[in-house]
Design a protein around this ligand. Sequence first.
Ligand SMILES: Nc1ncnc2c1ncn2[C@@H]1O[C@H](COP(=O)(O)OP(=O)(O)OP(=O)(O)O)[C@@H](O)[C@H]1O
Ligand SMILES: [Mg+2]
Length: 377
Amino acid sequence: MLEHVVLHNFKSHKSTKLSFDSSRLYALVGKNSAGKTSVLQALHYLSRLASSPFKNVFQYERSPQFITTIGEKDMSVTASGFWGYTNRQDWEASYSWKQENNLWNPTASWKINNGHENSLEGWEKSLSQSPHPIPISLRHTVHLKLVASNLAKPTYSDELTPRVEFDGSGLAPTLDFLRDEAPDKFQELQEMLRRIVPGVREVGIRRAKVAVNRQRSIEVNGKFISYEETQEMTGQEVVLDMNTGERIPAHAISEGTMLTLGLLAVLMNPTQPNLVLLDDVEQGLHPKAQRELMTVFKEIIQSNKNLQILFSTHSPYIVDELVPSQVYILNNTNSGFTIAKRLDEHPDVEWAKQTLTTGEFWDAEGEDWVVAGEVSD
Ligand SMILES: Nc1ncnc2c1ncn2[C@@H]1O[C@H](COP(=O)(O)OP(=O)(O)OP(=O)(O)O)[C@@H](O)[C@H]1O
Ligand SMILES: [Mg+2]
């Protein structure tokens, strides 16, 4: 269970600390560019580092020069939490790097039960060698920014346990797997989807032709030359029975319906994640559907005691379904750096709890109070 995360020189976060209570459902709100997605990214990279070395996690747009606050020469992300309720083990894990002689030198560090700190330096290293509670707490994290058109695409998968990818691809094989391996979960998923989008009757999966690009190589005069070949395979696509007609292919289904189905497929999967990081959770959803989605999230959390959900949102309807201690407000100082405060840190929170809904309180107070009194930097 994640309890705290500290971002130091991570993009617009010079020094941000977030603390999570036992509700296991939290929102990040704030203006565009406030730094919400960055928090989700920082945690996602930490989880990736629980199984992959620095060199695989931090490449391309995730290279240190893009992640470190411009002009700074060091960066760190530290998370802490615990594993197990009866036999609680506390853990702290972090990744950091420093720029020295124009080289970025990474370090992965950890501590358990407040004991000695251990660390490993170098691009080949990761947190996978850290002791028991750390990899298991971090590895089962998913970070999603679902795109309806990817969820709708027919997909071929030869994975034993297919899953929905960051952008929403892989939905049809994941649902097919769920229907076969955990039919009760599949039923539950359908019922939840019907509550959020009442026009849905049944979720189906059917076979569909899919163009798959494969890397091949041929040997010419002793040299291997690689090339890409497109092959037509039989994959799967999602079809929905709606109140307006049966077997409607996913590409003709509304975006909000597909996005909700994608989220539920992740949350109801038998290999369920511990931490789900969702960017812009309300996209495409009517206010009533947004409220219902939060009710469904709460139910899923109730029945899975290791699950935490952290999401970014711009919707007061979503915020309405939470209490102030579940809502982090992010804002930027005059120089653009992020300051984050929990809505229950607002001086008028006790009065507001009696008078306003959480969404109304946020709407009335906005974000300026978060940076009020900050020394101009
Ligand atoms: N290396 C960096 N150094 C300093 N600032 C950075 C760096 N990289 C990104 N930023 C800043 O951080 C911002 C990214 O914020 P982020 O994507 O987390 O915003 P957000 O709150 O999710 O916004 P939105 O609501 O628009 O999605 C960028 O707009 C940029 O101003
Ligand atoms: Mg964002």
